[in-house]
Ligand binder design. Structure first.
Ligand code: NAD
Ligand code: TDX
Length: 350
């Protein structure tokens, strides 16, 4: 049985990746290693937590000794590394946690894999999940390609860029069998309500202001989270060591246009007259270092491994809004800290 360590699988994207792997590959054992920060929530995994091929381990990737001992104990065949501090605004406020988790934590994982695999790399894989933000910002035209030079602007994106460089360095220097993907903005169920789409759905429901940074003219390329999980599956199994793949939806939206779609869909589902929530739009001071535009070219992934996004954006937004409207308890528990209680009840002091 293949033993796969997925880091950060109590978070947004990680939970979708863990669900896909646990259900699709009964002959793999999935170990979810997560610190359970504010962003990690075991309720995201309720439907798989009792499966025989799934184990949760609470731990911090910043603790290098702990990571090494864990590797020695379980002798993982592969790592899919998603654990990170992931919110740009928090990185502007408090960069150090991003440096520790995203850079030091990644190096700890690389060191543990290197030590335990000890040059026996056949059948081994270290998959690092990264972001398109490492490439910096585009103007009105053009795309990010796999060989676009790195040019990060926020502490978050600089910490992810740094971790990408280190992962490649361990491949080039020690031969570690690594693979990297850089994905555009994800949206969908289970995203913590600090990111644009879930925050604004929640605020529209509660008639709270919608804080649009600057003029709302920044552009993001949105991908449904399950499509990202499927891309990770395809790359994990079909990519070659040392390769990079860009993942994106070819689905660019100016923030203000996306916000108007959200307002229209949420108002309709709540039985409000069209345009009711337009008045909630509130232009606020721009984010410092705010990247203007991200757009991914994922031709390599589509042509080489046959992946493509499965969902039209309109359908994805309907599914996402429905999920948040039907999961008010989840929203309350992730924002109130109740999930900590859930964790203690479920897992005690393990
Ligand atoms: P998230 O913030 O929802 O989840 C991160 C998870 O990592 C949480 O469960 C958290 O508890 C865990 N974690 C944080 N610090 C840890 C530590 N020190 N040790 C162990 N676990 C720790 O993030 P997400 O949006 O699901 O992103 C997952 C990964 O994908 C990140 O690496 C991120 O950079 C990347 N990514 C995200 C997006 C996006 O749009 N959200 C796009 C491209 C790439
Ligand atoms: O309140 C807000 N108002 C606003 O105008 C928030 C939270 C965001 N925005 C803008 C900033 C961005 O232009 O919306 C856009 C999207 O913002 P976020 O949801 O914070 O995402 P972004 O900064 O683009 O980064 C995301 O995509 C890449 C993820 O958070 C990263 O983890 C991922 O790597």
């Amino acid at each position: 049985m293949k033993k796969i360590l997925i880091t950060g699988a109590a978070g947004f994207i990680g939970s979708h990746v863990a669900r896909l792997f646990v259900n699709k590959y009964p002959d793999y054992h999935i170990y979810n290693l997560d610190k359970l920060t504010y962003a990690g929530n075991l309720e995201n995994l309720k439907d798989i937590e009792h499966k025989p091929n799934y184990t949760f381990i609470k731990g911090d990737i910043v603790d290098g000794n702990f990571m090494l001992e864990l590797f020695k104990q379980h002798r993982f065949d592969a790592v899919i590394h998603l654990a990170a501090e992931s919110h740009v605004d928090r990185s502007i406020d408090k960069p150090m946690e991003f440096i520790m988790t995203n850079i030091v934590g990644t190096v700890n994982l690389l060191n543990a894999a290197k030590a335990v695999w000890d040059g026996q790399y056949k059948g081994k894989r270290f998959y690092h999940v990264s972001t398109d933000e490492v490439y910096g910002s585009l103007g009105e035209e053009g795309y990010f390609y796999e060989d676009t030079a790195y040019d990060p602007h926020s502490p978050y994106s600089a910490s992810k860029a740094s971790s990408d460089h280190l992962v490649r360095a361990y491949h080039d220097t020690y031969g570690l069998p690594v693979i990297i993907s850089n994905c555009s903005n994800n949206y969908g169920p289970n995203q913590f309500p600090e990111k644009l789409i879930p925050l604004f759905i929640n605020n529209i429901c509660n008639n709270k202001p919608l804080p649009v940074y600057g003029k709302g003219e920044n552009v993001r390329d949105w991908l449904y989270v399950v499509d990202h999980a499927q891309a990770i599956d395809v790359i994990f199994h079909g990519g070659e060591n040392g390769e990079t793949f860009n993942i994106g939806g070819h689905n660019e939206w100016k923030n203000i246009d996306l916000i108007r779609v959200l307002i229209r869909v949420v108002d309709r589902k709540l039985g409000r007259a069209p345009g009711t929530s337009d008045k909630l739009i509130t232009f606020v001071t721009d984010r410092a270092g705010h990247d203007l535009r991200y757009a991914i070219d994922s031709t390599k992934l589509q042509q080489k491994l046959g992946w493509k996004p499965s969902l039209q954006f309109e359908k994805g937004i309907e599914l996402t809004v429905d999920w948040y409207l039907n999961n008010q308890e989840w929203l309350e528990s992730v924002t109130s800290g109740n999930y900590q209680k859930y964790y203690e009840e479920m897992y005690g002091n393990r």
